[in-house]
Each structure stands twice: as C-alpha cells, then as structure tokens.
Design a protein around this ligand. Structure first.
Ligand SMILES: Cc1ncc(COP(=O)(O)O)c(C=O)c1O
Length: 412
C-alpha cells in the first residue's frame, strides 16, 4: 500500500478524547463498523455519568439538581442548533431517526390530501423510505426517484422528471449507508423548492463525517443519529420553523405551541438529551486544538473540514486497492472526495464468514443488508446475501487502515 497522503489532524489528540481507544478489552482491534454506531467521545460519557449521578431527577423544577438538568438539556439543544446553523426551537430529539421518520410521516399524513405526491428514493436506508411509502394507503401518490443500477448514483435530472405541482415532499439521503456517495443536498433541495415541494434529508450517514450547515443546505427537515456521531443513543431532527408550524402537532394537545414538543410524542430521555451537548464540546475542542474558531457554526465547519481531510487521505488508497480487484464489486464512487468512508463490497457470496474471519484478525466489521434492502436490490445484489461493509471515521488511523488491508488480502 502506498504511503498515505499527509493530513493535519492531530490523531493522538483525537483518540485521547475517545475512552474506547484506551479500553483494554478493545485493544488490538481496529473498528470498521462505525456506520453502525460510533465510539462515544469523552465529553458525552462524562456528561451522561454526571447526569445519572447528580441530576437524575425530573428536570425544569425549582430545586438545584432539577434546574441544572433542565439547563443542560437546553444547552444541548441550543449549542447543537448553533453548530447546525438553525434556531434552537427547530431542533428536536427523538429516540432514533427511524422513530422520528415514523412520527414525521404521521404528521404529513395530516397535512397532505389524497392525490398529492411524495418523491422517495431507492437509495435510502429503510428509515427514510418505508414510513413515507406507507402513506400510499392514505391515497398519497408515491413516486420513486431511482438510482442507476450500475453505480448506485441518484441523478438530479431524473428528479426533475418526477416533480410537478402535486409533489409536496421530496425525501432523499445526504449519503447512503451502502453507496456512500455524497448527494448535493443543497442543489436537490433547490430543485424541490423550485417545484413547490419540501425536502426531508436523511443525514445519518453524513453527519459523523462533519456536522452540516443545515441552514445553508436549505433542507426543511434534516435527520441524523447522535449515536453514530460520537454521542448517546438519540435521533436528532431539524424541522425548519415554517414547516414545523404547518405540520399538525403529534404530541399532547396542550403542548402544541412548543415546537420542540410537537414531533416528540414520548417523554424525552433527559440524560441522553443533556449528554448530547458533549458532542458539541468535542467538535468545538477539535476546532480549537487545530487552530480553528472557538465555537458555533464556524467551529463546526472547521472541524468538518479537518475530519474530511483526514478521512479522504486514508480512504483513497483503500478505494484504489479495492477497485483494482476483480473478485469483488466496490459500491459507490472510487473518488474519496465524492463519498463517505462507508465502503460496501459485494463479494458475490455470504459476507458473514468473511466478517468473522476479519474479526479473528482484529478487524471489527460486519456483513448484511444494513436495512438498505432497496438500494442493494436496485443494484442487483441479493439483500439476503448482503454486502461486507467497512466504515471508518476521522479517529481511524493509517495503521488501522493498513491492518484492514492486510487482513482483507488474507480473507477475500
Ligand atoms: C443512513 C441511515 N439512515 C437511517 C438510519 C436509522 O437510524 P436509527 O438507528 O437512529 O433509527 C440508519 C441506521 O443505520 C442509517 O444508516
């Protein structure tokens, strides 16, 4: 493997912020299933521990522990919103992205009339597909924006052919969890808006590689999962104010006026909401440590660029090697800059034993359909057989990608 291109991320500093890297039971194992769920950063774990130890009471009460708990939950919302370029009231927490999309689809059921249409894709994880498709039973027309079966790519020109004045919503992924290609969410949203439709963007596979500026993307809804973005097990959902006020309330009737309660019918997981502030602690500290801005959207943008530079430097040589093999099919772009380091391989056979063989060699990875049944089928891959997926993030080291390549050569 050629030398990896240099980048400027201080990896020793980064890895010292993730307790998993000093956990003895994980020593000697390289983690390549980050798209399933990332390691948690220390500020998140510290805040979670503090909440469970000192603030585990009903929040927003008049006593100190309760006041501190509520304030920390508000802090998490406000600082995440700032980093994402939206208002605090536009950000909601929910148990998971899948639960959030089911609630959103129920809300759209109340907004849309029979005969109106939603555009879905066959590139999405099922979380941003199935809940919307079910609205067909309510008389909503579902139009499918289909990927190119050879490349897995979504062509925006194909979307134009699906848009007309019946379409109220276009849902699509910022990045698929098996194709890996980064879709131009701003351009797609602009096309949808021009046709009078809202957009709902699944950012679950994108956000771990740098928080997006949701305000700049223009998306009406942006979803991601904190547990894949160095945080606790929460879904995070931005719903821009104009749409949030239009959609019918999904919570208790008396909470209808509170935007942050309209789409979260269950009581929130207080500790996890509060601990989500640790995600921003980490991102801002990463920016500061590398000479970037102190806080807010500027720090998030700086950290995003630093993460991506490191990831692409490690990813390109790996993609080149994989693309050169004729015994597997590499899904998605060969250009690292065009994709996330979430690399799915169609081996033409069951990837399970291969993942198990990798595990014996100290590589943590997995095989399966990853709930991306539709994109796999659309690319001619039997979802029951599935793919081997190798996914990493900015905390992954060149030594680990080299170890991965060495192990792959033995097991493929
Ligand atoms: C791209 C993508 N979207 C949505 C989801 C669902 O997220 P959650 O587990 O928070 O429901 C996943 C989970 O793997 C995913 O990879």
């Amino acid at each position: 493997m050629p030398d990896l291109a240099p980048d400027t991320l201080d990896l020793a500093w980064v890895r010292a912020r993730f307790p998993a890297f000093s956990e003895p039971s994980l020593a000697g194992q390289a983690f390549f299933e980050n798209a399933g769920g990332s390691y948690a950063c220390a500020p998140v774990i510290d805040r979670l521990t503090r909440f469970y130890t000192a603030r585990k009471v009903q929040p927003y009460g008049p006593y100190e522990a309760s006041r501190l708990g509520g304030a920390e939950m508000d802090e998490a919302r406000a600082r995440l919103a700032l980093a994402l370029g939206v208002e605090a009231g536009e950000l909601s927490f929910g148990p998971s992205t899948t639960q959030n999309t089911y609630v959103l689809a129920q809300a759209f059921r109340g907004l849309l009339s029979p005969g109106e249409a939603i555009v879905v894709t066959d590139q999405d994880h099922e979380a941003n597909s199935g809940p919307w498709r079910r609205l067909q039973a309510e008389g909503i027309e579902i139009r499918e924006w289909r990927i190119d079966p050879a490349t897995g790519a979504l062509d925006p020109a194909d979307l134009d052919a699906l848009l007309d004045d019946k379409v109220r919503l276009v849902v699509f992924p910022h990045c698929s969890n098996v194709v890996g290609e980064i879709n131009d969410a701003a351009a797609i949203t602009a096309r949808a808006h021009a046709a009078g439709a809202f957009t709902c963007v699944d950012g679950v596979s994108y956000a771990p590689h740098g928080l997006p500026d949701v305000g700049a993307l223009g998306a009406d809804i942006y979803l991601f999962s904190a547990y894949k973005t160095y945080g606790p097990h929460q879904g995070i959902m931005v719903i821009r104010r104009a749409l949030a006020e239009l959609l019918p309330n999904q919570g208790h009737a008396f909470n209808a006026a509170a935007l942050t309660k309209r789409f979260t019918p269950a009581g929130p997981d207080h500790a996890q909401v509060a601990a989500s502030a640790g995600m921003v602690d980490y991102i801002e500290a990463l920016s500061r440590h590398h000479g970037g801005p102190d806080s807010g959207a500027d720090a998030a943008r700086f950290a995003h660029a630093a993460m991506r530079a490191h990831e692409t430097a490690l990813l390109q040589p790996l993609l080149d090697k994989l693309a050169a093999r004729n015994d597997l099919r590499l899904l998605g772009p060969v250009d690292a800059a065009a994709r996330a380091p979430t690399v799915a391989l169609d081996l033409g056979r069951d990837p399970g034993p291969v993942a198990a063989a990798l595990a014996r060699r100290g590589i943590m990875a997995a095989g399966g359909d990853f709930y991306a049944v539709r994109p796999l089928a659309a690319m001619g891959i039997d979802p029951d057989q599935g793919v081997l997926r190798l996914s990493f993030v900015h905390y992954t080291s060149a030594e680990e990608t080299r170890a991965l390549w060495a192990a792959l050569q033995e097991v493929l």
